[in-house]
Write a protein that binds this ligand. Structure first.
Ligand code: ZN
Length: 150
């Protein structure tokens, strides 16, 4: 069972590698990430948080209020972002009991790949946009505490 790494673990600061070869490995990793995220009662979890330095994360922004809606993102790239920003309190499963006000664009356009490597794209707003930007930061070793000076 995957356990979630806590800051200041060095793996949380890694620049993660692009996923180049799609196999059953990514599906297994996605299941591990979702399992660890739900057990920790989180809404998002990135691969480096369980010690796997690959560009993959999962989110589910609705399971606490209604039906689960797990989403998996591989090799995500933000291709456009709103000029308008909003500031909200964020928490991170790797930094327990610590909240940081983070300012982010209110919507983003994202390109990513699914678990088969198929290209996907979409626009995300609201809490989805916040969560995706938070998890994507993890793939570059960026934590919410880095936003504290914003
Ligand atoms: Zn986090």
């Amino acid at each position: 069972m995957a356990s979630i790494l806590l800051a200041p673990d060095a793996l949380l600061r890694a620049q993660c590698d692009r996923v180049e070869i799609f196999s059953g490995m990514q599906g297994a990793l996605a299941m591990e990430l979702l399992g660890a995220m739900y057990r920790a009662e989180g809404r998002g979890l990135a691969a480096p948080q369980i010690g796997v330095t690959q560009r993959m994360f999962v989110i589910d922004t609705s399971w606490k209020e209604g039906a689960p809606r797990p989403m998996v993102f591989v090799n995500p790239q933000i291709t456009d972002a709103a000029a308008e920003t909003a500031t909200g309190e964020e928490r991170c499963l790797s930094i327990p009991d610590h909240a940081v006000d983070v300012t982010r664009p209110v919507w983003i356009d994202l390109r990513w790949q699914d678990l088969t490597g198929a290209p996907m794209e979409g626009r995300f707003s609201g809490f989805d946009a916040v969560c995706i930007q938070h998890e994507r930061d993890h793939l570059d070793g960026v934590l919410i505490t880095d936003h504290e000076a914003d």
